[in-house]
Design a protein around this ligand. Structure first.
Ligand code: PLP
Ligand code: ZN
Length: 423
């Protein structure tokens, strides 16, 4: 039995039964009428989830099935999504520094490396649910518009069950991500325009041909997949919820999902508190953080950043994201592309974790907030690295520089290594 009770409109509060294809509130329309999945929390509380999970050997997100909107007894898509490591990061924490003058850093920083999902990003957590729901709905084709990772994860998870996918990407999507799509056998439409243009065209095509819609904000089940990152963080922390959890923010679905995971655990009595959230946007694409600080409605911005996965000028889920950060007593920070490049180097060289620009943007924001004293040295912080650096080799080289090029000559080598501290 599934523990989903119903869907509720985040705008008007009307409730709906949880059909596999239910997407947005018909009263409020697709822009405002974003739905939330509500569970039978009393029923879940009776399950004794903690001991049930302690016995469960499945490392994937399916270990959390009672908290997921999937029908029991149906086959699960097979890629191993979730079960990503949570690493202690003392050396990185020590390098973050405190307010000017002090060097306190963070003593209890941890990194959740979600770049280790099957297609290389946290988006796999949502896409595997989309593929499961498409199966329940009897769809033959799944579709989405994406800056890259939603698309590659959908294409990979669809391929794993023999489902066809049609993907709309903006012209600027990095090659590594487009390459993944093609190898997974997706039909790829590179829309010569912005992410918004790609999104609009995908919606028209989905309406016209009845494909299954994986556009994250419009499909309430996807946030449920993304929330598994928080279920894992809580379980890997022996159910001690951290003080802060850090996410980079584009459309806002990831941070909203992160919040929902902690909320569901709290509501079901599995944990006893909620974390604060730090949302990080790029200076060149920061509509949600502007609304957070300005208090007004969300206004479109440009999409000018190397972090393509969060280059979203017209976010699709700003309300859920704003609500999550505000309810958490959290904060939003903007970072420059130079901050992001520095964070990529710092993350890689102190932890061995290679993040794509949007994957390291969270660190850039965390560094700023620690530097201004917004997070104290003894607070426990989990930084979610949302995507793998190999997806965007061009920006990694731009961040870290070229290798030392010499002929095969030891004398030359010694010369070249002068000042490096290696010799
Ligand atoms: C999608 C994505 C994000 C942001 O998620 P949103 O739901 O768009 O806010 C951050 N990092 C990576 C690597 C992503 O792919
Ligand atoms: Zn509504």
């Amino acid at each position: 039995m599934s523990y989903v009770s119903h869907l509720v409109c985040t705008n008007c509060g009307k409730t709906y039964p949880a059909a596999p294809e239910a997407l947005t509130c018909p009263v409020c329309g697709p822009e405002a009428g974003i739905l939330d999945v509500v569970y039978d929390y009393e029923g879940i509380a009776k399950l004794d989830l903690r001991s049930r999970l302690a016995r469960d050997k499945d490392p994937s997100i399916w270990r959390y099935s009672p908290l997921l909107p999937v029908t029991e007894g149906l086959p699960r898509p097979p890629l191993r999504v979730g079960g990503t490591p949570l690493y202690a990061a003392e050396r990185l924490g020590a390098q973050l520094g405190g307010p000017t003058g002090s060097r306190l850093g963070l003593r209890r920083l941890q990194i959740k490396d979600d770049g280790l999902n099957p297609t290389g990003s946290l988006k796999d957590r949502a896409s595997i649910i989309a593929v499961a729901k498409a199966g329940e709905a009897g769809a033959g084709v799944v579709a989405c518009a994406s800056t890259g990772n939603a698309a590659s994860s959908l294409a990979g998870n669809a391929a794993a069950v023999g489902l066809r996918s049609c993907i709309f990407v903006p012209g600027r999507a990095p090659q590594g991500k487009v390459a993944q799509l093609r190898i997974y056998g997706a039909t790829v439409i590179s829309v010569q325009g912005s992410y918004r243009d790609a999104f609009e065209l995908s919606q028209q095509a989905i309406n016209r041909w009845g494909w299954y819609n994986r556009n994250a904000a419009l499909n309430p089940y996807l946030v449920e997949g993304k929330k598994t990152v928080s279920l894992e963080i809580a379980e890997q922390s022996r159910w001690e919820v951290p003080d802060w959890v850090v996410f980079s923010v584009g459309d806002g679905c990831t941070i909203a999902g992160g919040w929902k995971g902690f909320f569901d655990l709290y509501r079901a009595g599995v944990t006893d508190r909620m974390p604060r959230l730090l949302g990080v946007q790029a200076e060149g694409a920061n509509p949600i953080s502007r609304a957070f600080h300005g208090g007004g409605p969300v206004q479109p911005t440009g999409e000018d950043t190397i972090a393509d996965s969060i280059a979203v000028g017209v976010p699709r889920n700003p309300q859920k994201a704003l609500r999550a950060v505000r309810e958490s007593g959290g904060e939003m920070v903007d970072v420059s592309d130079e901050d992001i490049r520095e964070a990529m180097r710092l993350l890689g060289s102190t932890t061995g974790v290679f993040g794509e620009p949007a994957g390291a943007a969270g660190l850039a924001g965390l560094k700023k907030l620690v530097g201004s004293g917004g997070i104290g040295p003894d607070e426990r912080v989990v930084l979610v690295v949302t995507g793998n650096g190999l997806k965007d080799a061009a920006n990694a080289i731009a961040a870290a520089g070229e290798p030392i090029r010499i002929g095969a000559d030891l004398g030359r080598l010694e010369q070249a290594l002068g000042g490096s501290g290696l010799v």
